[in-house]
Each structure stands twice: as structure tokens, then as C-alpha cells.
Design a protein around this ligand. Sequence first.
Ligand code: HEM
Length: 435
Amino acid sequence: MANTYHQAPDAVATAPPGCPMHQTWSPLDGDYLADPYPIAGRLRDDHPVFWSSQLGHLVVTRMEDLEEVFTKPDVFASTNVQDPIYPLCADAKRILGADDFDPVAVMSNRPEPDHGRIRVFTRQGFSKRRLRTLEDYMRARASQLLGEMVAAGPPAEYVGALAFPLPAEIVFRFIGFPQSDDTMIKAWCVNRRAFSWGRPTDAEQVEIADGMLDYWRYCRDFVAERRDRRTDDFTSELLDAWEADPGPERDPDATTGISYREVESVVYGISFAGHDPVTALLCNTLLCLLPRRDQWQALVDDRSLATNAVEETLRFESSQVSWRRVATTDTTIGGIDVPAGTKLFLNFASANHQPDVFDVPGTFDIGRPDAARHISFGKGIHYCLGANLARMEARIALELLAERLPTLRLVGGQQPTYFPNITFRGPEALHLTWG
Ligand code: HEM
């Protein structure tokens, strides 16, 4: 049977009976991409739960409803979160139908009980101990990239100088990929956002699918090499776990252990999850802080404020503004009847700016006491595995910038542009100056 990983399954795409409908709005609209918050707020105030005809999803906008969805995984499954939002063209399907393209769902889109079985091992990999060992490398590499940016003199383009290379390299070192492969891997991962969350052209789909196939083959070779030669990286840790208990290879109904194919698939999946939203977060912290000189100065004067500045950025201008679920059974949410098979679009942008959850939500305030109440890392059993890694990277980058470039500011007159997709949000370029 052809492999259908990454390919949207059929699902109900009609509005639940009696549900409020919006015929024209789409998260890919130009004005929504430029600034989703005012529109998301109006949509939420009109109808907390409504059907989007453009998207073919039920849109859930309020914090309490999002939390309910996230914490009922048996009713609202995450099996659709990596599916392309629009169907793939035949050529892209053919590429991904290659006999040896056979990753399995392991984390964000794997249902229970297998998700819990696998997460035991991945959680160990993201332990505080391992993150501490990464912190020194992270600070040194961030400092080096920043040094190169400063040496080249202002103005600088921050995505290319630091925000893209740093998170990518951190996650590659975490997995164990050799530094010499960085450029090649980064090229394969480019545009992955478009694939599942955007509306790529047929030619773009083919290019991305080719990259995904190459990258999967690379991951398989890498894991095979590590199987014979362990180090202290995350992949070696997973392979030790596989050797100790190969789970489904021993018994298809195993409740413990991890299979070899699952190890390969975790390696394949984490590199995508682990750098794109962090690149966006690094940029968004500066987009929020630099125009508000009092807040930037407060950070320059007291760099310990960086931790909460990152949380407030994740609330106010998150690098992830939505996620998805699918109803497994007839149910209700926010008073709306939801038939089994209905796909849900969970709107973080509206919930993170909800006035009865956050005081004056439209104000960016790095001193906000409950900034971390945001929903940007999800909630419940699929809560972002890399949340602490992302927080650490963003904090370190801010601490270094505040220390070394206290006069940092945005180049005047630039209008950030956002890659058209329904979920991830960060400027494509960010021009900085100082002195
Ligand atoms: C600012 C950066 C990031 C944001 C905003 C973000 C956001 C999210 C969200 C919303 C989810 C889904 C939660 C749910 O379904 O309940 C998620 C899951 C996940 N994230 Fe992140 N993420 C970020 C960075 C990272 C990093 C750095 C890594 C790894 C290196 C990572 C790995 C994962 C994994 C593996 C999952 C699936 C967890 C599971 O299903 O058990 N993420 N993330």
C-alpha cells in the first residue's frame, strides 16, 4: 500500500448543522497575515466557535475552549496536525509514495497509547540535565554569530545573521548531526512550513517533497551509523532505549519500548519542529522590544528581565498562532455540536489576546505577571517538548544583544513580510542597526 504519511486524509469538510459560518475569512488573507490580532479578536467576539468555509475547519477562538480541546485527546485527536491543509498535487504524492519513504507518526500526530510510550524516551532526552549541557554551546555559538554580525557593521539582517542559523544548528547538534552537514540539511528543511501549513504551487510542492525524501534518507543513514557508533547525543540515547526494549518489534501491542523505525522517525520529525518557530521567536522578541524603547532600556539595565520578555513575546506576538485537531466522536465545544470527523482550527492569536484572560491584552509589557499563561506551546499530553529549549535560546540571544548592543534598533521604515501559512509567524527578514 502506498505510504500516505504527510498526505491529508479525507475528512468531513462541511459545517456542523446550526453552526455560525464565515464565508470569506481565511488565515491566509493578506491583512490577517500582516496583523492577525485585531481580526482574530473581532471574529472571537462575534462567534467564539464558527465554521470557516475557506478553511473547511471549525475555528475555536477562546482560551477556555482551546484548553478543553487540548486536554481531551480521546475526543479531539491530533492525528491531522502535520497534514497538508490543501491537497497535494499528483507529482508530490508520487515522490512521497517512494517505497523507502516510510516515516511513522511518533509525536505530535501519534494517538495514545503509543504517543505516551514514545514520549517517555523523548522527554528524557529533553531533560534539564541535557539542556544544561547545551547551554554553553548555545551561548558560545550565539556569541560567535553576533560577533560576526557586529564586525560586519550596521545595518544587519538578523534572520540570516543569527535567527535562522542558531536554532537550526542547536537542534542538529542535539540530534547529533555533524556540523559539516549543516548547509545541506538546512537546504532540505527550507519551505517545509509551506508544505503542511501553506498553499504551495505544484512546482514548490515537488521541490519540498524531494527535499523531504532526501532528508528522510539522510536521517535513516545517520541513525544506522549511530547504531554502530554511539556518542552522547539524543539519537544515541534513543538507540540505547531501543536496544533495551524494542517495544512494537517484540510485540505489536507493546506498552513499553520504542521501535527502530520510531527512532528514525523521531529524528526526522524533531529537526523540523525544532528550529522554524524558534527563528520566528528570536525575531519577534526584537520586533516587540525595539520600538518600545522604555522596555528595551529596562532589559538593557536588568538582563534578568529576558525570561519574562520571552514569555510576553510568546503571548503578544507568538511564533505559532494556531494548531489543529480532529473530532473522533460526536461532541460539543463552546456550545456548538461537533460531528465526528470535523477538523478544528485552534486560534492562539485570539486566545492570547483575550481581555477576560489577560489585562489590557493589546499592551506589550515585559513585567506582565501572568505572561506565561499563553497557549503558544499547547497544553496537555502533546505540550511542546522543546518549550524549554526554545525559551533558553530566545533568552540567551536577548541577554547577549542587550549586553553588546544597547543602542540596537530596527532600521526605520521597514514593513516586515510574513510567509503565507496558517500557523507559523515570524518576519522573513529583520533589518537592525545600532550605534
Ligand atoms: C517558539 C518555539 C516553539 C513553539 C511556539 C512550539 C509550539 C508547539 C506547539 C503548539 C505544539 C503542539 C502542542 C499540542 O498539540 O498540544 C508543539 C509540539 C511539539 N514541539 Fe514545539 N514549539 C516550539 C519549539 C520547539 C522545539 C525547539 C522543539 C524541539 C527541538 C519542539 C518540539 C516539539 C515536539 C516534539 C512536539 C510534539 C510533542 C508531543 O506530541 O508530545 N518544539 N510545539
